[in-house]
Design a protein around this ligand. Structure first.
Ligand SMILES: Nc1nc2c(ncn2[C@@H]2O[C@H](COP(=O)(O)OP(=O)(O)O)[C@@H](O)[C@H]2O)c(=O)[nH]1
Ligand SMILES: [Mg+2]
Length: 313
């Protein structure tokens, strides 16, 4: 894709077709994507990123749907990135039932993109960040990232959010599960969704007890637990209030700037690591590797010495 001045202007003006094309381009042209991302970078930095993670079926998409509607009603432009193979939004699941697709302000001010969880090693986080950059440059005020909190790469994605919401349901049994899955560490806000079902109050109590035991984090802000019935749009306005209050807290305390700094740092480390990995295993180095396997098996040399040789040390 040739990112002409005209295309850049279309993207920063929010033109959906051009945004879609730019995203597809960077997804399919890993080697050349830097050209696109470079020219958009100066327009980024305004979007606030909200991560919503939790087990499949917890209601993440339904919650996202409610939040998007509330934000658009408040006049914001919103981007949604769904890293969720179990519920791709292609069938119009999002903004489907409750919201009439004829609502033109929703159609105009919301951009939704699903992403596959497959992808190059460690590349998921990078790809999501790339898509975030494009949506950010396109003038979105908020970007919601939905991820299934099951694997490390999904946790990584959640960690790149400014505010991370972890959604659980009464049936997730107990909060021990959340702790095991590493969700405890990343949550800024917990949501107990489907609280129309039995056991909601029990899990809230369990969770609050557990949160008391948690070491005070760097931010030292109490983690709130919000009860929702997303399918009835109950409690979701309170959730949004809590997200906005967390945002304000990060902004006024200076933690947001700190977060931005560490996001940039991590981003560069990641770009360099991916670049090194891709460049390093060229034909020549692969050949050296293959030729030395026998020598290593025969103990003529060892993996460390060979690695040093490959590094040119
Ligand atoms: N009973 C009940 N069902 C809900 C609630 N929120 C979502 N659901 C339903 O739960 C199912 C899974 O929701 P979805 O948002 O796709 O979950 P996700 O996999 O976490 O994105 C859907 O059928 C929703 O309609 C809720 O608060 N109560
Ligand atoms: Mg979903």
């Amino acid at each position: 894709m040739n990112l002409t001045k005209e295309n850049i202007e279309k993207i920063i003006g929010g033109d959906k077709r051009t945004i879609s094309r730019a995203i597809s381009y960077i997804e399919n042209n890993q080697d050349n994507k830097h050209l696109v991302l470079k020219s958009l970078y100066s327009y980024t930095g305004n979007a606030y990123k909200i991560g919503i993670t939790g087990p499949p079926g917890a209601g993440k998409s339904t919650i996202t749907d409610c939040l998007v509607t509330l934000l658009v009603k408040d006049g914001y432009k919103v981007g949604v990135i769904a890293v969720d193979p179990t519920s791709p939004f292609t069938g119009g699941a999002l903004l489907g039932d409750r919201v009439r697709m004829t609502d033109s302000s929703l159609l105009e001010n919301v951009f939704i993109r699903s992403m596959a969880t497959r992808g190059s090693l460690g590349g998921l986080c990078r790809s999501v960040n790339d898509v975030c950059s494009i949506l950010d440059a396109s003038g979105k005020d908020f970007i919601i990232m939905e991820t299934v909190g099951v694997g490390q790469s999904e946790l990584d994605v959640a960690e790149t959010a400014d505010t991370t919401v972890v959604a659980l349901v009464p049936e997730s049994g107990d909060s021990i599960q959340a702790m095991k899955a590493g969700l405890m560490e990343i949550a800024d806000i917990f949501v107990i969704n489907k609280s129309d079902r039995q056991g909601a109050d029990e899990i809230i109590t369990g969770l609050k007890n557990m949160l008391h035991l948690r070491m005070p984090g760097e931010h030292n802000r109490e983690i709130s637990v919000i009860k929702t019935i997303a399918s009835r749009n109950t409690g979701t306005a309170e959730l949004l209030d809590e997200i906005l209050s967390h945002k304000k807290y990060l902004e006024t305390s200076g933690f947001l700037l700190k977060k931005r700094r560490s996001q940039i740092e991590n981003e560069i480390i990641e770009i360099v690591e991916i670049g090194l990995r891709n460049n390093f295993w060229n034909e020549k180095n692969r050949e050296i590797l293959k030729q030395n396997i026998d020598k290593i098996l025969n103990k003529e040399t060892d993996p460390y010495t060979l690695s040093e040789k490959l590094f040119g040390l």
